[in-house]
Design a protein around this ligand. Sequence first.
Ligand SMILES: [Zn+2]
Length: 293
Amino acid sequence: MDDGAAMSVVAIDFETANESRASACAIGLAWIEAGRVTRREHRLIRPAGMRFSPWNVRIHGIRPQDVAACGEFPEVIAEFLGDIEGGTVLAHNAAFDVSVLRQTLAAYGMRLPAFSSICTLAVARRTWPQAPGFDLASIARHLGIRFRHHDAGEDAFACAEVALAAARLANGGDVRRLDRRDILPQAAPPVGAAPPRPPRHQAAAGRDRGDSLRFTVRGSTGHHYEVVGEIRGGALVTSCTCAAGRNRLRCKHILGLFDGCIDALLSDNVADVERLHRWRLTCGPAAMVRPAR
Ligand SMILES: [Zn+2]
């Protein structure tokens, strides 16, 4: 059989209804064949529980009434699982979209299929280090890709075009030869499973870098806030300079970064958002909030 002849290459983008990655409310897909986007799809999804956070609705504009008559995740994803299984999935900030896929499948007791993933955020950072920013809107603007941000179908299309542009520079256009990561099939985790312990070398690396991550984010009113996450005594301690953060609440800026959302991020440290996310997973749910300085 010809190598990978039947394997799909598809860019995927999820929107979520709330801070949980198991709350997918939209999926967009853009297929790549022979160096161009050949098919685009967009589906709304009715999330279990139907809980929409105002923060998420403000980002993507999808409201409960928009999805009330839509299928739930198993029904929607069934149409596309054959393309994902054994295929190559592209996503901008792939850690987020892969984790939405993984956690929403797990919430329905479904198994994660095996596939390769390519993060176009990481690809963009390496390919165009001089770009003014690496979030999807910035890099698309830098490359002259026109799209309507935060529509899942449009975001998937833009992600596919970023990958195609990078592949054209790197290797004559084969997206599958960009750096990829194998995602192994995974059963749904047992309910109440303990979070994984941080490997010792990872904790040591954090200490070397001061165990502290600092972010600047733009609030919904345009104000700029400072979010800090640090490891103290094995717990992840966070703070934000916004009003809620000063009141020791886990504000939407902290939750957004926990969720891997980089849309409000002003500081140029997208990779640190992924580190913060890993810290949160390895430190477990005992994370504390301290008042902002
Ligand atoms: Zn805040």
